[in-house]
Design a protein around this ligand. Structure first.
Ligand code: SAH
Length: 194
């Protein structure tokens, strides 16, 4: 394992993720939205996440900027990163399958939106965000650079903490006691912990 191979693996996982998102993206464009909490705030949060998980590491991959922040490559971290990235892709696959037409890239309620509490959603309320946390952790492990590595955790962290309360409020407004009781039985992203 070399630093270059580790970066290529990071990119390859990203490419698989983009492919995995194609079908849900097409379906979501076809499913009408009945309520949306999108706005300037959501745009900024999505921008932060895209910057940290996509733009900063891609610039590092393509140009090696910021080279001054490189640290010596540790193969064991990279192997761990592969395992974590594989787990994150599996979570994306499962969450899209379980969420079906209810998925949105932002905060929307679709026509005939149903509350999903089964499958992977029986374990935690936000398994897709668990997947993003793992993807960001894999980036840290695969890229030996003090800026490009942690950028994903920071960028997605901004989206997560800036959105999660509003998403849960939106779900309570839409589903009331059904969502409140779902909240009592589940954690947000790590079973039994958080
Ligand atoms: N936070 C979830 C879903 C992310 S996609 C996760 O991490 O798995 C964001 C959209 O999913 C939101 O617009 C919301 O309408 C919808 N959503 C979130 N939780 C849901 C649930 N349990 N059932 C159905 N839709 C849900």
């Amino acid at each position: 394992m070399t630093a270059t191979l580790s970066k290529i693996i990071w990119l390859a996982f990203g490419a698989v993720w983009v492919v995995l998102r194609q079908a849900p993206g097409r379906r979501s464009r076809k499913t009408p939205v009945r309520y949306s909490a999108r706005g300037a705030r959501e745009l900024v949060l999505l921008g932060a996440s895209l910057t940290g998980l996509g733009i900063v590491p891609f610039v590092y991959f393509a140009t090696h900027f910021p080279r001054f922040a490189d640290y010596p490559f540790i193969p064991a971290l990279s192997y761990l990163g592969i395992a974590v990235d594989a787990a994150s892709l599996w979570l994306f696959y499962r969450t899209h399958r379980d969420l079906g037409h209810n998925w949105s890239v932002s905060l929307d309620l679709r026509e005939r939106h149903t509350l999903v509490t089964t499958g992977i959603y029986a374990l935690v309320r936000h398994p897709m965000y668990s997947g993003f946390w793992l993807m960001a952790l894999a980036q840290l492990l695969l890229l030996p650079n003090w800026i490009a590595g942690p950028a994903g955790l920071i960028g997605f962290g901004i989206l997560f903490f800036g959105r999660i309360g509003r998403e849960e409020e939106m779900m309570i407004t839409a589903f009331g006691d059904e969502y409140r009781s779902y909240m009592r039985r589940t954690s947000r992203v790590i079973p039994k912990i958080y």
